[in-house]
Ligand binder design. Structure first.
Ligand code: SF4
Length: 99
């Protein structure tokens, strides 16, 4: 996906869901919590097999994830969200995580 499409997806998701999911995910990424990490690890196994799990095309948004390395530099192409943050919040839960 192009950089422009990545930005457009992010803007649409923030317009629809607000900034709180991003803020919660970023907070949990920066403040390690064992329960959040365990849940994010389980979710990462699902994302890893998903067609929308892609390398973030915009380098400025790359996150290095030392606790769950598979999430490093990745984002969800469906919503535009940075994977390291998205998987560590529970305001906007992907339906695939529940399947
Ligand atoms: S959050 Fe959902 S749609 Fe996005 S990559 Fe993960 S499983 Fe796929």
């Amino acid at each position: 996906m192009s950089k422009l499409k990545s930005i457009t997806k992010k803007a649409k998701t923030i317009a629809k869901s607000g900034i709180e999911p991003y803020q919660e995910g970023k907070h949990n990424f920066e403040n390690e919590n064992p329960d959040v990490e365990a849940l994010a690890l389980k979710r990462s196994e699902i994302c890893s097999g998903c067609e929308y799990f892609k390398t973030e095309p915009i380098k400025k948004f790359h996150v290095t994830d030392d606790r769950i390395p598979v999430l490093s530099k990745m984002y969800c192409e469906d919503c535009g969200c940075i994977s390291s943050f998205k998987l560590r919040q529970s305001i906007e839960v992907c339906k695939k995580w529940r399947e």
